[in-house]
Design a protein around this ligand. Sequence first.
Ligand code: GCW
Length: 655
Amino acid sequence: MRYFPDSDACWLGGPGAAQVAAARLVGTTGTPVPDALAADHADAAVRLGVGAGAAVVALELDPDDDLGPEGFRLTRTPQGVAVAAASERGLVYGYHRLLTTGLDAAPLGEHRPSAPIRMLDDWDNLSAAEHLGSVERGFSGPSILFADGAMVADLSRLRDYGRLMASLGLNALCLNNVNVHDAGTHLIADMLPDVARAAAVLRDYGVTTYLAANFAAPITLGDLTTADPLDPGVRAWWAEACARVYAAVPDFGGFVVKADSEGRPGPFTYGRTHADGANMLAAALAPFGGTVFWRCFVYDCRQDWRDRSTDRARAAADHFQPLDGAFADNVVLQVKYGPIDFQAREAISPLLTTLRDTNVVIELQVTQEYTGQQKHVCYLGELWAEVLGFRIGRDADGGPSLGALVAGPAGARTGFAAVSNVGAGEFWTGHPFAQANLYAYGRLAWDPGLDPADILREWIAATYDLDAEASADLEAILLGSWATYEAYSAPLGVGFMVEPGHHYGPNVDGYEYSLWGTYHFADRDGIGVDRTVATGSGMTGLYTPEVAARYETLEACPDEYLLFFHHVPYGHVLHSGRTVIQHIYDSHFAGVEAVEAMRGSWAALRGALPARVVAEVDARLDEQLRCAVEWRDQINTYFFRKSGVPDAHGRLIHA
Ligand code: GCW
C-alpha cells in the first residue's frame, strides 16, 4: 500500500504509514468501514469500530463516551491499535492520525477537535493565465486541481491531499481562489460536474467541499444587470443557483466570499451593507444547510499616502464591528489574524477580541507570502501558537485565549481557516520543510493549546526516518526560524518593507508612497505608526479596553509591537534596554548569523536525508542566506542614512 507516489515526499508516506501498512488486522469483517478505508486499507493493521455499541470488531463504544461528531479514541489491543469513533468521520480522522504517528507512537486516548470548523482555502485559479498565475501566492508549483480553464482529469493528487487533511482532522476545503475571476465564476454553474468529482474524492476523507463565489455572479453568469442583494430577482437567482449546486453536490458546504475588497464586487456598489450581502447568500444556502464564509479583509486599497486620517489597520473593525449581531446564523465572518495582512509580526485583529454575537473563524496564511515564500525556512507553528495563545485580558496572563475564543461555544459555527500552501510540485509545499507549516496548522486547528515544538517533533518523526541526532538537527533548523525571519526583515512590528507586487525580498520604501495603506513613516528622527487614541489614528481604541491598555502607552506596549502602535525617535529606549536604532542593527546582524547557524545544522543533517530532498534544501538555503544578507544590508544602510547614528559595535554598514 502506498499513499504517495514517493514515500520521501510527505508525512503519510513516512515511517508511520509503512509500519501501519505492514502489520495485519484481525476482524474488520462486517464493520461499516468508510469507502476510503475499505478501498485502500482492507488489510490494515488497525481495528476499526464506528457507532455507539458497534460490536462488529468487538470494539464497543461506551454509551457514556462523548467523542462527539468528529472525535475518536485510540486503544492498544492485543492485535494492534483500535480506533473507535461515533461517526465515520471520526473513524477516518483516527485512522489517518495513526498512519501519521505509526503504531508504536500511537497517541492513545480520546481526541476531540477544539472547534467545528477547520478549513483550508486554496487560492487556485482556473488557469495559469490568470492574475498571479495558477495559484495566487502559490510557491509550490501549479494547482493540483485546475489547468487551462478546467479541472484536471486525474484527481489523484487531490486524493492524497484528502488523506493529508484527514490525518490532521481538517474537515473543509474551499477549492478556488477568493479572487474569483470570470472563469472561476463558472464553478457554480456549468462546471458543477467537476465540483461533484472533487467533492466525491474529498468526501472519502471527511472533507466537505466549498467554493469561493463571485458576488457579481448574477451579472457574470446570468441575464441580470444588477447583483444588488436586496433585489428580488438577484435573490431568486442565487436561490436557483444554490438548488443547482446542491443537486450536484448534496453535502456541499457553502461559499467563501471576498466582497468589496481589492477590486472584487460587493454590496457597497448598491449602497448595501455587508450584512445585507452575506445574509442574502445565507438565505439562499439555508434550505440546504450551507454556510457563507464572509471575509472581513475590507479596506480602501486606493488610499492617498498623503491622507493621514485613514488607517488601514482600523478598516475591518470599522466595517464589521457595528454589524455584530446582524448576521444570519449560517454566516461566519472570516477575520485575518492581524489587522493589516499576514505580516511576520503584527498585532492581533481587534475584531477578534470584540465580536460577541457573530460566528467567527480566524484566518491564517500557511502559504508564506510575507514570510519567505517557501524559499526561506520559516516555521509558522510558533507564530500561530503565539496568536492563538493571546489572552484577551488586562495582561498577558489574564482572560480567555484567542484560541479558546475562536473555538466558540459548543455547536456554534466557529473555528479556523487558512490559506493553503500546497501545489503540484514534488514536495507539495515548494520547500520540503514547509510541509511542517501545513502540519502545524492542522494540529493547532484541532487543538490550539498544543506546543509548536511538540508539533514539529511529531512532523519530523512522521516524515523522515532519522536518528536522534539528525532529528535534533532538523528541529534546530526549524525551531526559532520564524523569529529569525522576523529578525532580518521589517523591525518591531512595523511590517511591509517588501518588494511591491510579488512581496518577496526587501524594499524599505516599496510601499511608502503607494495606494495600499501600508506605511512606516520613517524620517530622520524616528519611525512607526501612531495608532494610539491619544495622538494617533485611535486604532488601539477598537480593542476591548483591557487589550487597548496594553498597547496605548509606550510604557505598556511590548517591544515587538512598538512600531505597529507608536511613532518613536530612533533613540527611544526599548524594554530590552536597547535603543530602537541599535535594536534594528543588532537584530539584523543576528538574523543573518542565525541563518548561517541553520546552515551549520543542515551540513550535519544532509547525509541523513534522501538525495532529492538534499538538493532542494541546498538550493533554498543558499537563497535564504542571500536574501537575508540583502535584508540586513538594505535595512541597516537605510536606517543609518536616515538617522546618522552609527552601530555601537562598529560592524560593517554600507553607508
Ligand atoms: O495578502 C493579500 C494578497 C492577495 C490576496 C489578499 C486576500 C487573494 O496579497 O493576493 O488575494 O491578501 O487575502 O484576499
